[in-house]
Design a protein around this ligand. Structure first.
Ligand SMILES: Nc1nc2c(ncn2[C@@H]2O[C@H](COP(=O)(O)OP(=O)(O)OP(=O)(O)O)[C@@H](O)[C@H]2O)c(=O)[nH]1
Ligand SMILES: [Mg+2]
Length: 362
């Protein structure tokens, strides 16, 4: 059995972890969390860290003992410098709380990259976790809606770069702009995205720690992730009816199934696919056919097959990326955003300079 650490940092990371906790309780009702146990195949410890106490209070499925509040006003207001200083000042509190949980085989961190707390804590936290446990650390990084403003764009670019230079083994990109719309009902959009992430994470946990027909394990996952440029994405699809298994595989690696848009055939370095379903729907020759097409383009494809009685085909894909056009575009916009902020500061208000050289007359 694997020992897994999951940490959600900041509001976005906390909410995703809360959704993971919710889904891990299975079908149980809200009350279920008081009476039932979470349904993990592995030994999973979940911890949420935030500077804003209100963000912690809104969580519903994360136990009080798993919430770490670092007092700092009401968050760091998207200011990453303030965030980094706050982490450094409170590093012991955070690390002690994690260390008390024992040892782990792998760590997952969840955060947005556009905000302040999560985006500034996470690169530093990744280094600390690596130093403490010497385990692989994977960071789910949530990219902002592109219209959220220049500070979020700047933060995203700098945070991703710092994560890439940190001890984190890889970043699994999750793109708000691609998965939802920032329109009228932002809460519903967040919920929808968080559910998609949580579902994939739970599926992955089951895949890494289960009795399989064809096995994938943490070693395969690590090798898959090591293939790219420290960036990755994940896909998921399920299908029913005629040709369900082939459809599910195709969709799990197509843009429609991914958490971050990528052209799998051009941009993926390595892949891991986990296929689940009833014995009747798992047509091994169809699976082989689909995977052969993928293998002909992508360096290495690991595959796992999980039998679940009565289940329609479901497919999880993990894809490490060697390049990303979409990420290039995000950086282009971030550079513009930094320039805009600079220009704005330089120009300032002309009002005060109108008095230059004048003294008051009485
Ligand atoms: N997918 C998703 N994105 C979210 C959620 N909440 C916030 N975001 C995104 O996260 C970014 C803002 O970061 P937050 O996580 O709120 O910031 P924080 O880490 O709490 O930092 P501060 O509040 O600045 O201290 C924006 O790009 C939001 O669109 C959520 O529940 N789900
Ligand atoms: Mg916040």
């Amino acid at each position: 059995m694997l020992d897994v650490l999951m940490v959600g940092v900041g509001q976005c990371g906390g909410r995703i972890l809360d959704q993971i906790n919710k889904q891990a309780f299975g079908r149980s009702s809200n009350l279920g969390r008081y009476v039932s146990k979470q349904n993990w195949p592995s030994n999973v410890e979940t911890i949420v860290i935030n500077t804003a106490v209100n963000d912690l209070k809104e969580l519903r499925f994360t136990k009080a003992k798993d919430r770490i509040h670092i007092p700092h006003l009401h968050g760091v207001g998207a200011n990453r410098e303030e965030g980094k200083n706050t982490f450094r000042e409170n590093e012991r509190v955070v690390m002690d709380a994690i260390e008390r949980r024992g040892n782990f085989d792998v760590g997952f961190v969840f955060t947005s990259v556009g905000g302040g707390t999560g985006s500034s804590f996470t690169p530093l936290l990744a280094d600390k976790l690596k130093y403490l446990y010497d385990i692989p650390i994977y960071v789910f990084t949530v990219l902002p809606f592109r219209e959220e403003g220049s500070i979020y764009m700047q933060n995203s670019a700098f945070c991703l770069r710092e994560l890439r230079e940190s001890s984190a083994d890889s970043m699994i990109l999750v793109d708000n702009a691609y998965l939802g719309s920032a329109g009228d009902n932002i809460k519903a959009a967040y919920d929808g995205i968080n559910k998609q992430v949580a579902r994939r994470v739970l599926f992955l946990m089951n895949a890494l720690d289960s009795e399989m027909l064809l096995v994938t394990d943490l070693g395969d996952f690590k090798t898959t992730m090591r293939g790219g440029d420290k960036i990755a994405t994940m896909g998921f699809a399920e299908s029913t009816g005629e040709g369900a298994i082939s459809n599910a595989i195709k969709r799990a690696i197509s843009r429609a199934g991914l958490l971050f848009p990528a052209d799998v055939y051009d941009e993926a370095a390595r892949a891991m696919l986990v296929i689940k379903g009833d014995r009747n729907v798992l047509n091994l020759s169809k699976i082989k056919e689909e995977l052969d097409t993928l293998s002909s383009q992508v360096g290495q494809v690991f595959k796992g097959v999980v039998v679940e009685k009565g289940a329609e085909p479901q497919v999880l894909s993990v894809l490490s990326l060697s390049e990303s056009e979409e990420l290039d575009r995000l950086y282009e916009r971030a550079v513009q955003a930094v320039q805009q902020e600079k220009d704005r500061r330089k120009s300032g208000s002309k009002a005060f300079s109108r008095l230059d050289g004048l003294e008051p007359e009485y």
